[in-house]
Design a binder for this molecule. Structure first.
Ligand SMILES: [Zn+2]
Length: 437
């Protein structure tokens, strides 16, 4: 190779290759690579092979500094010099690239990780790597599968996640394609992906797992899609179903929005218009409390004073914040207390949407737990004590909306945003004055 680049060779980090020229082709970085092997024996007879030319193959690799990378591999062809040997010619192989592959193995593993763990869509990841959707999807399948095969070696997770992924956005040629991913929540690994988003997909996948593996799972997180709940009821009748953080908070936001619309209609007799007090604060109500400015919070309170005479919207806002508080702790004990406080608030508020939120039977079907969000809470709840009974002996003091602390001042928020410590991302002021009994 004429211009060998030692820097790029080190950067590439594939010991079998050296990098020669580098080209920028559009957004892509093309690296000319070749192996260093020059003495090779014939596998059939052991004779020293002779060169038989090269063939250029393009293989895509991990992006470098956000640029898709193409390895242009001048692949050596070898020939056995012994006319009696059956081997004839062959092309060289390396561990990192499967024969005829369009992607390096590490790129394929990364695609699987991005889709399975980081939750990117296949279409998005495929674009980032400059490959087609089917190539990326094959990587997800191949690198997800072996984990399934090794389930017994890894042991069953105690918590399983079931979630939909968008694998292909709708276009003129095809409808939106959804798949269902199964995630080992203990080890944060994607276990498998099945097509579609159906109860049968979930129950069928579970039915194919060994019985002891299924028996070990005691909690499953899912979104609020009723089909998943049905599939899990069939496949894992003993496990507790848990609506995950994202979806639980989304439900609380939806309840808040519903209360807002209803109160708007009841008080003013029409749908929200520019200038109506609740309409003016509708967006701010959905903002995380600690992210509000002090002015924003004052704005909300003014809007509620005028537009929410019975305090129903205020109660829904507080419910949303109380639910978010549940997820803001790592202590199972504290999470449980906060969850009980959230339930008690929803039950005692004279707001039909909050009652529904606390029981939440409707969207999930009769078997479902409603909002039982924190996995740690789930563990703490095992032992089958009914939550209602506990409440009577250990009734949390219910917070009032006015007790919400003012949002963190901008300077504090800025500091937190730049803070390298990730252990306490929330301001200590949130709900600070509401003591946990
Ligand atoms: Zn030979």
């Amino acid at each position: 190779m004429k211009q060998r680049s030692d820097g790029a060779t080190v950067l590439l980090g594939m010991p079998e290759f050296v990098v020669g020229a580098q080209l920028k082709v559009g957004r892509e970085l093309w690296l000319m690579v070749e192996t260093t092997a020059d003495v090779v024996g014939c596998e059939g007879c052991g004779s020293r092979a002779v060169g038989h030319g090269r063939r250029r193959v393009n293989v895509r690799d991990l992006p470098l500094a956000d640029r898709p990378v193409v390895l242009v591999w001048a692949k050596r062809l070898w020939r056995c010099p012994d006319p009696d040997c059956a081997v004839g010619t062959w092309s060289e192989e390396v561990d990192d690239i499967a024969p005829r592959a369009a992607l390096t193995e590490r790129a394929r593993a990364e695609i699987c990780r991005l889709v399975g763990e980081a939750g990117h869509s296949v279409a998005q990841v495929a674009r980032g790597f400059g490959v087609g959707w089917h190539t990326a999807m094959a990587a997800v399948r191949d690198h997800g599968r072996p984990r399934v095969d090794h389930l017994s070696r890894l042991g069953a997770p105690r918590a399983l996640g079931v979630d939909e992924h968008l694998f292909l956005a709708a276009s003129a040629e095809h409808p939106t394609l959804l798949v269902t991913g199964f995630v080992d929540l203990d080890r944060h690994r994607l276990l498998d992906v099945v097509q579609g988003r159906t109860a049968q997909g979930v129950s069928g996948w579970l039915a194919a797992r060994p019985a002891p593996w299924r028996a070990a799972i005691d909690a499953v997180t899912l979104d609020t899609y009723a089909g998943y709940a049905r599939g899990l009821a069939d496949g894992l009748p003993h496990a507790q179903l848990v609506v995950d953080h994202f979806h639980a908070v989304r439900l609380a936001n939806a309840a808040l929005d519903e209360v807002c619309r209803r109160v708007q209609q009841e008080t003013l007799g029409h749908r929200g218009r520019k200038g109506d007090p609740l309409y003016r604060i509708r967006r701010q109500l959905l903002v995380a409390h600690e992210r509000l400015t002090e002015r924003g919070w004052a704005h909300i309170q003014t809007g509620l004073d005028v537009g929410d005479p019975a305090g129903e919207v205020g109660a829904a806002y507080l419910a949303k914040e109380l639910l978010r508080e549940v997820y803001a702790t790592r202590s199972p004990r504290q999470a449980r207390r906060r969850l009980e406080r959230f339930y008690a608030h929803c039950r005692s508020a004279e707001v039909v949407e909050l009652r529904r939120l606390a029981t939440n039977r409707a969207p999930l079907g009769a078997r479902d737990p409603g909002l039982a969000p924190h996995r740690a809470v789930q563990r703490a709840h095992r032992g089958h004590e009914p939550t209602d009974q506990e409440d009577q002996t250990d009734r949390p003091r219910l917070p009032q909306l006015r007790e919400l602390s003012p949002p963190a001042p901008p300077a504090l928020r800025r500091r937190m945003a730049h803070s390298t410590s990730r252990t306490n991302q929330r301001p200590p002021t949130t709900l600070g004055r509401v003591e946990i009994p």
